[in-house]
Design a protein. Sequence first.
Length: 157
Amino acid sequence: MTDIDAKLACNDLLCRFFQSFDEKDWTAMRACLCDEVFTDYSSFRDVPAGTIRGDRYVEQRRAALSALDMQHNFLNLAVAVAGETAEARCNYIIHRFDPAFDGANDRFFHSYGRYIFGFRRAADGWRIARITQNLLRNHGNPEIHGATRLQDNTRHV
């Protein structure tokens, strides 16, 4: 596999990963992840960075986001390949809407910023091994985002 093939594979992996949020396809999300994933969402919510099992990562997102309509967008993707690993940086825009959103109420919560992803090559393709979110701004009502309401945001390997 050439570096160009690896970069395209990482781009496709991120497309599937972000689409899995929007489509609430938790099985597809899990297929994007390594068995253990280092995550750092500390710029978004008060949870320290750490390693989490891929299954737990998916379960937390399912619990926090299932009730929302979402659109995850990423742009300005840059991927650097180094043998069996790769790193990607991209900007993101995440739109989240409560189903009761009518255009005039505060039932939305949008986020803007940058992600850094680490990838590891597996036997059947690339997987996400690291996720760091660097929040630039939020807009709207954070109360609709389930992760802001969860009491147990601890990391479990």
